[in-house]
Write a protein that binds this ligand. Sequence first.
Ligand code: BES
Ligand code: MN
Ligand code: ZN
Length: 505
Amino acid sequence: MEFSIKSGYLDRPKVCVVAGIFEAYRGRFTLPAKQIDQLSGGYLTKFLQRGEMKGKLASVLMLHHVPGMKARVLLVGLGKEKTYREAEFCKAVRAAVTALDAAGIQGAFLSLTSGDAPRDVSWRIRQAVLVTEETLYRFDRCKSEKLPPRPALRHLVLAADSGELALGERALSQGCAIAEGIRLARDLGNLPANICTPEYLAETTRDMAAELKLDCAILTPKKIAAEGMEALLAVARGSRREARFIHLEYRPPKNEDKPLVLIGKGVTFDSGGISLKPAAGMEEMKYDMCGAAAVLGVMRAAARMALPVPLVALIPCCENMPGGDAARPGDIVRSLSGQRIEIVNTDAEGRLLLCDALAYAKRCKPAAIIDVATLTGACVVALGHVASGFFTRDEDLARALAQAAETAQDRLWRLPLWEEYDEALKSGFADVANVGGREGGAITAASFLSRFVDKKTPWAHLDIAGTAWKSGKDKGATGRPVALLCHYLLQRAQERDVAAGDKTS
Ligand code: BES
Ligand code: MN
Ligand code: ZN
């Protein structure tokens, strides 16, 4: 998909101009719609008066022959002007892109990004790109039959006022970079576990590192054992596919800041191990590496945007299988941190990978750590598929993440991380058990992780078990929370700019 930015109109044959209508008794024109109406001698007014377009949010009306115009016109409902905000903008863009593509239109001009709501032009352009790419995404790499080329829509021109073209261009390249990161995360998530193995994730990372000039080290089991990551290896042992530990770095030029460390759970298939999962729906456990995929997506986007924020990605990868050498319930292993863990349930494997990565993170001297994991079914019970869960004891990080979630329209909801929950993980035989009870499962998982993080380092844990993929008719990986994390990085970059500005002024 190609995007460009333009002020003014694009009236060409084979193109379609998208204009918004606010909801009212007879609909109400936005400025671009009004201009088309005037140009066409009141042609649009007729449709509104006849009640054919009332402006209901995400409703669409395609007009093939508009007097005085070579282009077609797609009217899209924006809902009531008073309630037209971020979510409504995204829904309207989604409806427009769906309608354009369904009508087989190859090029379109989206006027919704001009004007002054919602937010600023940069936000609207970034978001228009993200919503468009999300809407048109298909995953058919594993189908034999060659499908007709998709999407029909090839080129989208985004409107900006003439004074905002430079801002618009910048936002456009950011949007494209983030969309690329999201696409990578979705593709990796959608690949089946027989293709997307720990080794495959490692090789994908290596290729990406070469392409984007990132530093990359891949630890194989020998090296992982030498480092002392016995918890990770305890999970990997049940599978014939070897574990990999990915260490990927992005360092912007002339930047000595401490890095932000991103950790992603990379369980390429979670059968549960000896604590085997029930058969129904187990195929969805190929998505148990979506945390890893999201972190790789963020690294890709950040490098593409050349963000002034150094990043380290740590991605423990393995498969959780019930092989002959698999860990048994009751086994005790020594994690990299030195803490001994009683593996009461082999299906609580994610935290075993993450605790070693969290301990390893210390040597990167992190400014902050964020881990991303499809960690608990309990988080899905608590929050459903709308919001990812997040946990932190750092109020600044909590605020920043909540703000980024709002900006990215990639919802997060904070759950507590109070010490009272630590009780649940007591072990009679080792230092800590890998499961608490059924109750508060998302929180006790976070509490487990918290024991492996240096108290002075700001740390947040994102549980994406309910948001990383969709089931049912729209099944597939969502790429969440790549957009959220990228917006968090954009915020950090901006704060850094402001701080630098203060110093020089
Ligand atoms: N990968 C799963 C979590 C999961 C389950 C994500 C369902 C999405 C949908 C994780 O490894 C797991 O199995 N967690 C267990 C923990 C339990 C044994 C304490 C769970 O949530 O059931
Ligand atoms: Mn599991
Ligand atoms: Zn898992």
